[in-house]
Design a protein around this ligand. Sequence first.
Ligand code: ADP
Ligand code: MG
Length: 624
Amino acid sequence: MALLQIAEPGQSTAPHQHRRAAGIDLGTTHSLVASVRSGTADTLPDMLGRHLLPSVVRYGRGVAPQVGWDALAHAAVDPANTIQSVKRLMGRGSAELEDAHLHHALVESEDSTVPRIATAAGAVSAVEVSAEILKALRARAEASLGGELAGVVITVPAYFDDAQRQATKDAARLAGLNVLRLLNEPTAAALAYGLDQRAEGVIAVYDLGGGTFDLSILRLERGVFEVLATAGDTALGGDDMDRMVGAWIAEQTGVADADAGLAVRIRHAARAAKEALSDREAVELALELGDGGTWRGTLTRETFEALIEPLLRKTLAPCRRALRDADIRTEEVADVVMVGGATRVPLVRRRVAELFGRAPHVDIDPDRVVAIGAAIQADVLAGNKPDGEMLLLDVIPLSLGLETMGGLVEKIIPRNASIPVARAQDFTTFKDGQTAMALHVLQGERELVADCRSLARFELRGIPAMVAGAARIRVTFQVDADGLLGVSAQELSTGVHAEIQVRPSYGLSDGEIERMLHDSIEHAGDDLAARALREAQVEGRRALEAVDAALDADGEAFLSPDERAAIASAREALAARVEGDGARAIKQGIEALEKAAELFVERRMNASVRAAIAGRRVDEFSQD
Ligand code: ADP
Ligand code: MG
């Protein structure tokens, strides 16, 4: 049932009423908020006139978290409670964080799939840390604009996967923001340059920020732009330059292993030196070593450039890949746009100019260009520009597919397909009389399920019993404008149907987000643990059912008594755990059972292939 909108007394619904909207660049290093005022988009400063907000949050016991400059100022004295570069952790599981250069201890909570960072205020997730940054930006915007925001556009790297996008949306909801849409950062940059107003052409956007690198190829046609391809590296940026310079400084000082405080001082000195070298040929360095001594030295631009050259080379490979994916030759690129603070480094500009054979656009402040573009888009989406309609197309960063027999992935929507997009493919049953089908949705480019990221599993039940291969099940993948995925499966003769909105397994349900708005951080942790446990239990029961059915059908035929006993014992071990409360124990039980049944599964499959071949004439298979 649709609700009728009724105007509140005293509130006008006149079409020209201006709705407060803002664009937010939620960066790894810095975040910004911008808005269109009197027809011009600009970033909003804080009360001290600073536009950039360091993406840094410091937690203390019993006090509200500090965000931004105050938090950054404490990074050296209180590194354990001061969280930086949290964007690198968004949507990531513990296993994926190993090479994220973390300066924090992760809390390994038994039943949670969400890694949490230990702080004086308790364990916090990346989503909660990001929400603090967003709350600070929201307060700044509402103070500047004189009232509550109707909606925001938040930018994300084009290379963000579904999990990272969902985590960003979750953070915004926790911060009390209405997200009009997520927008790819390069698309925002092109909007800021007003390239949609220009002639047709191909644009490359090179974004080297603090923690991420993106190269996007956009095509402009009649004022509409489409992202033809994106490539990048979610763990490459100005922070890496700092590390390289920091390693050089550490080597020069001769300090073998720096304590946490000195490590932070070295990182800050390294960053300051790097930034200064964008305008100067050499910088003088002075560093307190902590033992009362001070180290002094000089870093020249020449040495700096030699240090970072390998990093720049690493950015050029994705550039070439994106061009290849977009089927665009470098000569066809009409404009190159520079985004991100690290593109101020002169060597970066030189290398990019060499690759594309033209000087890149650097006129708009590369720190602010993304927030400005987001503000322009937010203004349009909030309805403040009735005639300025604009269609923006994005692409999906990683292929989406389904698990098929043998642990292989069938790609349904290929990488770099323009979104929104819907694709369907027909599948069939594998066994005679099969009435249910498990669907496993995956993301990634590799062929094997084990090498891709698992997004969701669901089941289609009520398939009429038929011989294997007779049923036709149409599976449809649909990706909305934010890059979020819905999958549905329908048996075509009966119309039985099942579907799922894919939320990455670490993600939060609507109900949980709602509760988190009211409850304490500890409660939220319990909610997540409960969810993780329920998911593990469902999966465990499903595994038990599957192995029982397989043993009933083919156990006699394919297994020796010993082999059968081994599977049965793994089955019993899982059955004993599945109603317990240890998600991890259940997961391990499932893995052990899968391992024990591996050979059995393979033999059944071979037999079914043989049966299929036996039903055909030999000449169907011969080539000549
Ligand atoms: P993000 O989008 O990841 O937050 P930014 O676009 O804010 O990143 O870029 C931050 C990076 O830019 C940091 O590594 C910072 O040191 C670097 N940076 C900022 N100003 C300069 C400068 N003048 N020269 C070189 N690097 C700079
Ligand atoms: Mg950025």
